[in-house]
Design a protein around this ligand. Sequence first.
Ligand code: CA
Length: 219
Amino acid sequence: MTQVLIVEDERPIARLIEMSLSRSGYACTVADDGLKAADLLEDRQFDLALLDIMLPGLDGLELLDYLKPLGVPVIFITAKASVRDRVEGLRRGADDYLVKPFEIEELLARVETVLRRAGKGGHLLRAFDVVLDAPGHLVTQNGAPVELTPREFDLLEQLMRNRGAALYRDVLYERVWGGELTDTRTLDLHIQRLRKKLHWGDKIETVYRIGYRLRKDEP
Ligand code: CA
């Protein structure tokens, strides 16, 4: 699991970030001051840090000096007013920044981009509350592992890689089972099981005369 350190002294914001990232399959640790964050960095490894700039203890810019030598990518979370801090943060090596208040979607997009650029966690596919780790052959929903058969896994991977696109039954069958579609029931049964296991009845859509599509929009 991708480990994210959140350093933010405003409780509601820290909570919001933690909840959103956990739901998307990240493991989060929250520190509400800079010194606690520095202590955590001494005994644990993180893949990404989200830092507020104005913090008790050590401020975000000082923490950046701890993080850079460790190779941990950093996203600053700054108040709208502190443009100068933001510029300073980027100049000193932060990977990106977010301005408060921000949309959750934007937060998730920034996190993914920074992780991908850093070569960490970019292989994860995400849709709604599900994260699929293709090389690790692991699926989690709201952070909890979901048991899938190999075929169900492959089918879900196809749907997630092609999210929003209608996939023909015979194409899906060929990609997952590796042969020509002779019996549509097998495919339909696997789709039903996926819908049931993930509670995705309304998210994996049946496309009349074509096949299936994973919805793109949030419900
Ligand atoms: Ca603060």
